[in-house]
Design a protein around this ligand. Sequence first.
Ligand code: BGP
Length: 473
Amino acid sequence: MLKLPKDFLMGGASAAYQVEGATKEDGKGKVLWDDYLEKQGRFSPDPAADFYHRYDEDLALSEKYGVQTIRVSIAWSRIFPEGTGRIEPRGVEYYHKLFESCAKHHIIPFVTLHHFDTPLTLHYKGDWLSQEMLDAFVDYAKFCFKEFPEVKYWITINEPTSMAIQQTVSGTFPPGTKGRFDLAFQAEHNQMVASARIINAYKEMNLGGQIGIVHALQTVYPYSDSPEDKHAADLMDAFEDRLYLDGTLAGKYNPETLSLVKEILDANNQPMFKPTDEEMAQLDKAAHQIDFVGVNNYFSKWMRAYKGESEMVHNGTGAKGTSVSRLHGIGEEKKPDGIETTDWDWSIYPKGMHDILMRIHNEYPLVPAIYVTENGIGLKESLPEGATSDTIIDDPKRIDYLKKYISAIAEAINEGANVKVYFIWSLQDQFSWTNGYSKRYGLFFVDFPTQKRYVKKSALWFKKLSETHEIPE
Ligand code: BGP
C-alpha cells in the first residue's frame, strides 16, 4: 500500500469569488466578473456557497473530516474597493474573523492574493497589461502582509497563464478577447514580475512565513511519434507550462523556450514581449528566495500538428465531446483512443501529475518544495430525494479519481520529489467561472438554493487518508 509522509498536509481549496457570494455587501468594490456575468446572464456569483457568512460552519466540517489546511483567497476589492487608495475596514475585519476561525478549528490557512478577481477599476486600466495595476498589486500585497501576520503561507497569484490565455486567446474570461497571443504573453510576463516583486518585498519584511506562486500545469504529450506532433507538443508546453516554470523557478527564460514562444507569435504575426533588465533582475532574485511552487494539475494534453486557423469551443455545460482546441501556430489537441475523460472533456491521467512533479524536481532545483494546490474532478451531482441532514452523497468517481492521483503523487515522493501538501479542488461545491454551478468538485455538497451543506463519501475517504497517511483502497 502506498503511503504519504508523516508530515504531509491534506487540504481543501477555494477562491473568494467562487465561494463567498456577498459581492455587494460591506462595501466590496466591483471586479471584472460582476458586470460581465450580469450581461451574459448565464449565472450569478451570488450567493455562491455563501462562505462570507458560513465560513465557520465550513471550517468546523473541515476539522471534523481531516482537512488540516484550507486554501482561500482574499478578495482584493473587499479591502481596496477601487483597487488602490481607500481602505474598507469591514473587508479587513472579515478576513481577520476568517483567520480567527481557522485558528479556532486548528486549520492552517494558505492565502492567495489574486485569484482571477481583478478590481474593476484596474481591469479597465488594462488589468495585468498595465503598470498601474502591478504597482497597486504590490501595495495591496504589502498591506496584507502587515495586516495579517497570522497568515504564514502566502500565494502571490493563482495561475497567471490561465488568466491571461482565457482573457485574450480563448476569450472565455472577461474582457473576452480572442487570438491575441502577444497580449497573453505580455500579461503573463507582467504577472511573473508582479509576483517576483512581492516575493522579494515579503522576504525583506522578514515575517518568517512562506511565499510562492501557483501555476496551472498540464503535462503535454505528442499525439504520435512524428516529429511534427512532437514539435506541436513542445510549442504547447512552452505556451502553457515552460515559460512560467522558467520565469518563476529558474529566474530566467531559457533561450529554447523563448524561440518556441517567438515561433508562435511569428506564425500569428504578433510581436514578442520585451522584458527589461530590471524585470529580469526581479525574477532572478525571487527564484532564489521562493519557498514553494503550487501545482494545479487536473488533466493532461496530447498535441498534433495543425496548420489551419485557430478554433476554440469551450464545453461549459458538461456535454461530453463538445470541446475543440486548435491553435494556429501551435497545434491541435487530440486525445489518443482509450483516454478516459470527464463530462467537461478533461482527461483523467494521473501519470501526468507524476510527470509534472518529477519534471519540477529534476529541472528546477532552486525551488525547495512543491505543494499540489489544486486537483480534483468536476461531476454532475444532485441531492437524493428525501435527503435529510444526515444524508451522505455517494461520489464513487471522485474517490476513484483521488485514489489514482494521490497515488501518483506518492510515487513521485518516493522518487525524490519534495511534495508536502495536497489540496483537493474543492473544499465545498462552488461557483465555476465558465461553467456555473453544475460542475461540482467539493468534498462537501452545497445545495445551491438553500446553501445547506451535506457530506460526500469522498470526505469520509479523505478523513481516513488524512489520519492514517495510507492511501485507502
Ligand atoms: C482552476 C482555477 C479554479 C477552479 C478550477 C476548476 O484553473 O484556479 O479557480 O475553477 O480550475 O476549473 P473549472 O471551474 O473551470 O472547472
